[in-house]
Every structure is written in structure tokens, then in C-alpha cells.
Ligand binder design. Structure first.
Ligand code: NAD
Ligand code: MG
Length: 298
């Protein structure tokens, strides 16, 4: 078990390497009910003032990777607004209590990103609450494992594309006029953009779309002084995986096929999201960063 983000240790042993028990929750799943509970850095992430004075909106911030990002951004000094679904209120409240107990500012804005109207309102509410917006970190995603294309309904297809792809257009369009020069946008793609699983056909297609979207937008926004980059996680232990994102029979082996022979934990992604948000990455735009346990992006 990781106890200190900065203490040297063998990455193979840093987190558990044996497989997981089969478990299933209704979508979208709660982090607090997973066994074991994922590590989003609650006990370990130490800030260094790298985002002092910054104002960040994080989607999917209640759990998993987005929660690790939210904790890290807040502890690096940023004001924070997070989005999630109303049914995830328990995870969001856990996070709010944790961060407010540390004297951080966090605004909770639950809403469904599949709806253009809500995406527009989300940006305006975050901007009003924080009196500004200069980091937009889009982590929310919908993943539904299916054995065959014949099982993918048009409703599923539309929801997965709306949450994973359309919401990026809607949110960024609304945020652009509000951004100062130097703002940073970070999207969340996946190893699935490069090495798609047979069971994630529609999801993998959206993650490929996010790659192209991110790199095109980065070129478009570079002259305006706004950077855009993507993170591509490999197998990470989060609620998405136990609420329909994996077939039940795939859970015990989840992550075991990586060179590090284990799944990752959300806390292991915080550093790259902080780096891309911060001015430290001033010459980094239109790039893709794998956090995959050794699987290669090609
Ligand atoms: P997670 O379940 O903790 O986070 C996903 C979040 O998406 C949820 O918390 C929920 O708030 C949000 N969401 C889903 N549908 C929504 C909707 N209609 N409206 C608003 N919010 C909605 O799981 P995670 O693994 O941390 O996922 C975060 C991101 O990482 C996703 O984009 C996912 O595709 C990506 N990713 C995850 C993995 C992995 O192995 N866990 C691998 C590659 C990419
Ligand atoms: Mg969640």
C-alpha cells in the first residue's frame, strides 16, 4: 500500500497486485462501496503550491480519477468546482467534507453532461462560484461493456457519445470566452484509443474521437494562448469498472495483463493532471500522456 507519494518504492508492489473480487453496482456506482475502496490520494497527496490562485472545473470529480485530480488541485492551492451525477451525491459529499476540513474551497455542481443545456449552465455556475475559470479538466466518461455490436442500442450509443464527446464541445464552447490567456484544458482519453478491447466498441470509438478532438483543438487554440492536452489511462480501479464498464467475469483479472501486472489506482494519475494544468507545462500542448502500467500507445 502506498503511504507516501514521494518515497521511492518498487511500482510493482506499490499497490495490491492480486485480482479483485467480482462485484457489481448499478450505474454510476459509488467509490465508497467498492471493495477495496480505490485510492484517490486522500491520505497521501501533498500539495506544493503549484496551482496557487488558479480556478479549476473538474468533471467526474466525485470519484476515481476525477476525485484524485480534485484532491490534488485543491491541495496545490486551486479553487475547485466539480461536476457529477445527482446519484453520486454521497461520494461528492465525502470529498467536500475532506477538502473543506483542510480549509479548501470546493463547489459541487451535479448535472447530467448528456444535456447541452446543463453543460452550458455548469460552466456559468462554476465561473460565478469561483469568480473565474482557468483550468478545465474533463474527466467524466461513460463506459458500458457489451459482447457484441448487436447488443448496442441507439440509446446507449447516443449516451456514450454525448457524455464522452459532445459534452466536450458544449463545455469548451461556453468556457472559451471566459478563459484568460494561459488557461489549460485537459481531456481524458484512454489506452482504448490505441488498443481497443472487443467489449468496448462504442466507448473505444469515443476515446479515439477525444484524441483527434484534443489535438485539433490544441492547434486551433495555441494562437490564443490556451493549451490543450489529453491523458490516456490504462486499467485503473474505479467505480466505472464495477458499474457496467467491465463484464463481471473480467474483474478478477482486471489490470493483470499490464507489464506492471496490476491495475493502477486513481492517485497515480494526479501528478500528470497537475503538471498539465500548471504553468510548468507552458511548452506542452496537443500531447497525449499514457498512464498505463507499461502498455504502450502506438
Ligand atoms: P468513475 O466512475 O470514478 O468516473 C466517471 C465519472 O463520469 C463518474 O463519477 C460520473 O460523475 C461521470 N459521469 C458519467 N456519466 C455522466 C453523465 N451523464 N453526466 C455527468 N457525469 C457523468 O471512473 P474513472 O475510471 O475515474 O473515469 C474517469 C475517466 O477516465 C473516464 O473518462 C474514463 O473513460 C477514463 N478512463 C478510465 C479508465 C479506467 O480504467 N478506470 C481507463 C481509461 C480511461
Ligand atoms: Mg462517480
Amino acid at each position: 500500500m502506498n503511504t507516501d507519494t514521494f518515497a521511492i518504492q518498487n511500482p510493482v508492489d506499490e499497490y495490491r497486485s492480486e485480482g479483485y473480487e467480482k462485484q457489481r453496482q448499478p450505474f454510476p456506482g459509488l467509490q465508497r462501496e467498492m471493495e477495496p475502496v480505490p485510492d484517490s490520494g486522500e491520505a497521501t497527496y501533498t500539495g506544493r503550491g503549484r496551482l496557487q490562485g488558479r480556478k479549476a472545473l473538474v468533471t467526474g470529480g466525485d470519484s476515481g480519477i476525477g476525485r484524485a485530480v480534485a484532491i490534488a488541485y485543491a491541495r496545490e492551492g486551486a479553487d475547485l468546482a466539480i461536476n457529477y451525477l445527482p446519484s453520486e451525491e454521497a461520494d461528492a459529499q465525502d470529498l467536500k467534507n475532506l477538502l473543506e476540513g483542510e480549509g479548501r474551497n470546493i463547489t459541487l455542481i451535479p448535472s447530467n453532461l448528456a444535456d447541452e443545456h446543463f453543460c452550458i449552465k455548469l460552466v456559468d455556475r462554476a465561473f460565478d462560484a469561483m469568480k473565474g475559470l482557468d483550468i478545465l479538466t474533463l474527466v467524466a466518461g461513460r463506459q458500458v461493456a457489451t459482447k457484441s455490436i448487436e447488443e448496442i442500442t441507439t440509446d446507449q450509443l447516443e449516451e456514450v457519445f454525448a457524455v464522452n464527446v459532445y459534452s466536450l464541445f458544449w463545455i469548451i464552447k461556453q468556457a472559451l470566452p471566459l478563459f484568460p490567456e494561459g488557461a489549460s484544458i485537459i481531456t481524458t482519453s484512454s489506452i482504448q484509443a490505441f488498443d481497443p478491447s472487443a467489449t468496448l466498441l462504442d466507448y473505444a470509438a469515443t476515446k479515439g474521437a477525444i484524441k483527434a478532438f484534443t489535438q485539433s483543438l490544441a492547434k486551433q487554440l495555441a494562437p490564443r494562448g490556451i493549451r490543450v492536452n489529453a491523458v490516456a489511462p490504462g486499467p485503473i480501479w474505479t467505480p466505472i469498472q464495477v458499474s457496467g464498464g467491465q463484464l463481471l467475469e473480467a474483474l478478477p483479472e482486471f489490470g493483470q495483463d499490464t507489464p506492471l501486472k496490476r491495475s493502477g489506482q486513481p492517485a497515480e494519475l494526479a501528478g500528470i493532471y497537475v503538471f498539465l494544468a500548471s504553468q510548468e507545462s507552458s511548452y506542452v500542448t496537443a500531447q497525449f500522456f499514457g498512464v498505463t502500467g507499461g502498455k504502450t500507445l502506438a
